[in-house]
Design a protein around this ligand. Structure first.
Ligand SMILES: [Zn+2]
Length: 192
């Protein structure tokens, strides 16, 4: 029965039964030994990283060549693909969470999404940027009405972007907040 000699020992210098006796560590208890090991590992890691960084700096040409070979190798391609997928999934989850939980993010997203769809149909105008904030306000208004009334509200294009005879524009003058039901009725009318 001896006492733990470690400087990391917490609390009273307990009398211990498990001893780690090595050249460097004598009479150290199990808990303290794991603390010591961890500290040594991180210290080594930092040193390794530092030395590696130095080496890479001095051998830049070699590193460049090697990286190119790695990038074009099957394994390198696979790793890159995998990290891309992982990041994309994380980004999507992160965005979704923000849309659901942070105020104002969903409305901004809806407005941006509508602009994207309009741009694809070449229905945006040169003065869009001037109206951008006012258009975003319409999406906020729709979301506010939805919350307050319990009825679903949409931002609608008075003249539809993909109408049969006319193509409406994605601009303030052509946007209005209406209920989803009205929106649905309007779409039905256009089909018939
Ligand atoms: Zn100890």
């Amino acid at each position: 029965m001896r006492r733990c000699n470690s400087q990391y020992h917490i609390g009273k210098r307990a009398i211990i039964e498990t001893l780690f006796i090595s050249k460097y560590h004598k009479n150290i208890c199990k808990d303290c030994m794991s603390v010591i090991r961890k500290k040594e590992r991180t210290k080594n890691k930092e040193r390794c990283r530092r030395e590696q960084k130095e080496w890479r700096k001095h051998n830049a040409e070699h590193v460049k060549k090697k990286s190119k070979v790695y990038r074009n190798s099957e394994h390198g391609k696979k790793v890159r693909q995998m990290s891309y997928e992982r990041n994309r999934k994380q980004k999507r989850a992160y965005d979704k969470n923000r849309r659901q939980n942070e105020p104002g993010v969903r409305e901004k997203y809806n407005a941006a999404n509508a602009k994207y769809r309009a741009a694809k149909l070449q229905a945006t105008t040169s003065w869009f940027e001037i109206q951008k904030e006012q258009i975003e306000l319409l999406y906020k208004e729709a979301s506010r009405l939805t919350k307050e009334t319990g009825n679903l509200y949409h931002v609608d294009h008075k003249d539809p972007l993909q109408g049969k005879t006319i193509c409406g524009l994605h601009c303030l003058e052509n946007l209005q907040v209406i209920t989803a039901l009205e929106n649905w009725k309007k779409k039905n009318k256009q089909v018939n």
